[in-house]
Design a binder for this molecule. Structure first.
Ligand code: SAM
Length: 296
C-alpha cells in the first residue's frame, strides 16, 4: 500500500486515547490500566488530577505526565507526532470520560493521523452516552451539542434550531447555569420532555425525567450541585410543521419585539430568521418596514 499507511506500518508507536472514569474508579477497564501503565508518555489536562488517578490504580506517573490543554495543544501537536514516529507509546487522557469529547485532543489526533501514524482507542466512559442511555428518550438518532454558547445571537440561534430538530439533543451544562438554561430552552422550543443526568456513577447520581416545567420544579431552591448532562426530546412532526411555516404576523411580532428591545434592524432580522426559519432577506425587509417612520 502506498501513502500515509506506509508510515503506520513502519512505526510501532501509537497515540492511544484512553477513557477514564466519570467519577467511579471501578469503571477503569483492564486495558486502560495496562495502557496507562505501559505508556512512555501520558498527556493529560491536569497533571495533578491524573496523578491522583494513577496512584489510585497503583501506577507510577513519575516523569511521564505532560499537560495538554486547549491553549498549548496546537504547539504540542508536532512533539506528539515526533514521539509516535519515534516508536513511543503515547497515551492521552482527559480529566474524566473520553478524551476529545468536549475536551482537548482533536488537533493532536488529526496531526498524528495526518502523519500516517497510528491513533487508537481504549474506549470507556463518556458522559454523553451514559446520559443518553439512561434518559428514556429516543436513542436511535441523537445530536451532541457539547456546551452551547453562553450568550449572544449564537446561543439563541442554536436553541432556535432545536425547534425543528427531530433527533434527541444532548448537551453539557454547568450546574450554576442549568436552571436558567432550562427556562430559556422552554421559552424557545416549548415544554419538551427532558432528562437531566446528574452525578452519573457517583454517590449522588440521579436522573430527573419529565417535561421542562416538571424538571424545573425538582430544584425549588434553585441550587443544583454536581455535574450534569441535559437530554432533550427531538421535535415531533407537528412541532416541525408549526415552526416550518411561521405566518407573517408571527415574524412581524418577533421582529417588533427585538427592535423594541434595542436590536438593530440587521441583528433583529438575523435572529428572527434563525429562530423562525425564514429567509434573512425577507426578515430584513420586514424589519425595515417596521421601523418608526416607515410607510405602513
Ligand atoms: N470528555 C468528557 C466525556 O467524555 O464525558 C466530557 C468532558 S466535559 C469538559 C465535562 C462535562 O461532562 C461536565 O460539565 C458535565 O456536563 C459532563 N459530565 C462529566 N461527568 C459527569 C457525571 N459524572 N455526571 C453527569 N455529567 C457529567
Amino acid at each position: 500500500m502506498v501513502g500515509p499507511r506506509t508510515h503506520e506500518a513502519l512505526s510501532p508507536g501509537a497515540l492511544t486515547l484512553v477513557a477514564t472514569p466519570l467519577g467511579n474508579l471501578g469503571d477503569v477497564s483492564d486495558r486502560a490500566r495496562t495502557t496507562l501503565g505501559a505508556a512512555d508518555v501520558i498527556y493529560c489536562e491536569d497533571t495533578r488530577r491524573t496523578r491522583v488517578l494513577l496512584s489510585a490504580l497503583g501506577i507510577a506517573g513519575a516523569g511521564r505526565l505532560r499537560s495538554l490543554h486547549q491553549h498549548n495543544e496546537a504547539a504540542l501537536a508536532t512533539a506528539v507526532v515526533d514521539e509516535v514516529a519515534a516508536g513511543r507509546q503515547v497515551a492521552l487522557v482527559s480529566d474524566a470520560g473520553t478524551p476529545t469529547i468536549s475536551d482537548p485532543g482533536r488537533r493532536v489526533v488529526r496531526a498524528v493521523a495526518d502523519a500516517g501514524l497510528r491513533v487508537t482507542t481504549v474506549p470507556g466512559p463518556s458522559a454523553v452516552v451514559a446520559a443518553l442511555s439512561v434518559s428514556g428518550l429516543d436513542t436511535d438518532r441523537f445530536v451532541m451539542e457539547g456546551f452551547v454558547p453562553r450568550r449572544g445571537p449564537e446561543r439563541r440561534a442554536r436553541l432556535a434550531a432545536w425547534r425543528s430538530e427531530p433527533r434527541t439533543i444532548v448537551f453539557y451544562e454547568s450546574p450554576q447555569r442549568l436552571l436558567a438554561t432550562l427556562r430559556e430552552v422552554r421559552e424557545v422550543i416549548g415544554d419538551r420532555r427532558v432528562a437531566i443526568a446528574r452525578e452519573l456513577t457517583k454517590i449522588h447520581e440521579e436522573v430527573v425525567r419529565g417535561s421542562l416545567s416538571e424538571v424545573l420544579e425538582h430544584w425549588p431552591d434553585g441550587e443544583v450541585r454536581g455535574e450534569v448532562v441535559v437530554v432533550v426530546a427531538g421535535a415531533a412532526g407537528a412541532d416541525i410543521a408549526a415552526w416550518a411555516t411561521p405566518d407573517a404576523a408571527a415574524v412581524r411580532a418577533a421582529l417588533a419585539a427585538r427592535l423594541a428591545a434595542g436590536d438593530s434592524v440587521r441583528d433583529a432580522a438575523a435572529l428572527v430568521a434563525a429562530e423562525l426559519g425564514v429567509g434573512r432577506r425577507d426578515a430584513y425587509a420586514a424589519a425595515l418596514a417596521l421601523r418608526p417612520g416607515s410607510p405602513p
